[in-house]
Ligand binder design. Structure first.
Ligand SMILES: C[S@@+](CC[C@H](N)C(=O)[O-])C[C@H]1O[C@@H](n2cnc3c(N)ncnc32)[C@H](O)[C@@H]1O
Length: 368
């Protein structure tokens, strides 16, 4: 059932002002355009078209097709759509198309640009997942990250990757008291909710004297993580199939971090309590979580607010509601006041907020 049939249809809007209705319909259709352009960005990323266009002179569709091996008719339609979306430029007679340098930084340069965004454009959700989400409005039970499958873990890593790849080691680690020196000497480190493990691979490569453990309840994500760590030849990482609730309570870790995951957890308070007992008395816990004020009205200054609620219903809150009694914090739910209250309730005495200029996230340095 796709059209919400059980509710009445006996209302009449035929007297609304047609101009107002037209403007409202335009607003609604901008989201449809976003859906269509999103798919085109996904295809451009997946087919390598942005990487191909990066740094090139203006090219005709025929030239792009010749040099990529793709079909010219399909390339022409894609190029015209990308120009219409203002992601490519074209010459005055509409024959040649170009990706600007700034466009290449956002759409093509995954390794060097903090603003690389094309990785966020996954293929549309599978119908079975959408069906489960619709059912969740009745049952209250969402899907865990594991149930989103490899696509969920892969998309998350590509979307969140630039800050792990480019800012974690040079900007974030040095701002945490004493952490860099411990990592250089040899520290025990846990990434709780590590997903596909990019942040761990980055740290493990930089600090070979330290030992890194990745914890995640999603075997699918860990499978990707293990393969990538092996490809990188990193021997100082291991992965543990467990949620943060099951961290060893032996005060063994010098440094624990949780990136974009506390708001996804069904029992974040239990995980925070477990982190407290897993950390050495002088250990540091770094939290990265979504930039949010905790106040729905104030959050309207975020131009991406509606997107965050979309992420929440489709993955974050869904995951945080995937067990009966789940906390259900959701994408914007682990705001600074909530974070501080939960950390202090678990017995942490030091709670310091950092703003590293990450447009999507805030960071908290937490110690006993
Ligand atoms: C948005 S992803 C973030 C992954 C990774 N930290 C990153 O930044 O790319 C959220 C992750 O939290 C994990 N997660 C959910 N509940 C968890 C729990 N109780 N303990 C540890 N991880 C959990 C999910 O399986 C998922 O991999």
């Amino acid at each position: 059932m796709a059209d919400g049939a059980p509710f009445p249809t006996d209302f009449d809007t035929s007297d609304v002002d047609p101009d107002e209705a037209s403007m409202f319909a335009f607003q609604v259709y901008t989201y449809k355009m976003g859906e269509m352009v999103s798919l085109m960005i996904h295809l451009g990323d997946r087919l390598g078209l942005y990487r191909f266009l990066a740094g090139k002179e203006p090219l005709t569709a025929e030239q792009v097709a010749d040099q990529t091996g793709y079909h010219p008719r399909w390339i022409l339609e894609w190029l015209r759509g990308q120009e219409a979306a203002k992601l490519l430029t074209y010459d005055a007679d509409g024959e040649t198309f170009q990706l600007s340098k700034v466009g290449a930084s956002v759409l093509a340069d995954e390794n060097h640009s903090l603003f690389f965004a094309a990785g966020a454009f996954a293929a549309p959700q599978e119908p079975a997942i959408v069906e489960r989400l619709a059912e969740a409005f009745t049952t209250g039970l969402g899907l865990s990250w594991e149930e989103l499958g490899p696509n969920g873990a892969h998309r998350t890593e590509r979307m969140l990757g630039p800050w792990s790849r480019l800012a974690f080691v040079p900007n974030i680690i040095p701002a945490l008291e004493g952490v860099k020196a411990k990592l250089e000497t040899g520290a025990m480190v846990a990434d709780v909710g590590c997903g596909a493990g990019l942040a761990l691979r980055v740290l493990a490569a930089e600090f070979p004297n330290s030992t890194f453990h990745g914890y995640d309840p999603s075997e699918t994500a860990l499978d990707i993580a293990r393969k990538k760590a092996a490809t990188d030849g990193l021997e100082n990482i291991s992965f543990i199939h467990a949620g943060g609730e099951d961290l060893p309570a032996d005060q063994g870790y010098d440094f624990i971090y949780t990136f974009d995951c506390l708001h996804d957890m069904t029992r974040p308070a239990d995980v925070i309590a477990a982190i407290k007992t897993a950390l050495k008395p002088d250990g540091t816990w770094l939290i990265k979580d979504i930039r949010s004020s905790g106040d729905f009205v104030k959050n309207h200054k975020n131009p991406m607010l509606a997107m965050h609620y979309g992420f929440s219903v489709s993955s974050c809150m869904s995951s945080a509601m995937s067990e009966p009694g789940g906390a259900g914090l959701g994408t914007l739910g682990f705001s600074p006041p909530v974070a501080e209250e939960m950390c202090r309730a678990a017995g942490f005495g030091h709670f310091e907020q950092h703003d590293f200029g990450d447009p999507a996230n805030l960071y908290y340095e937490v110690r006993a």
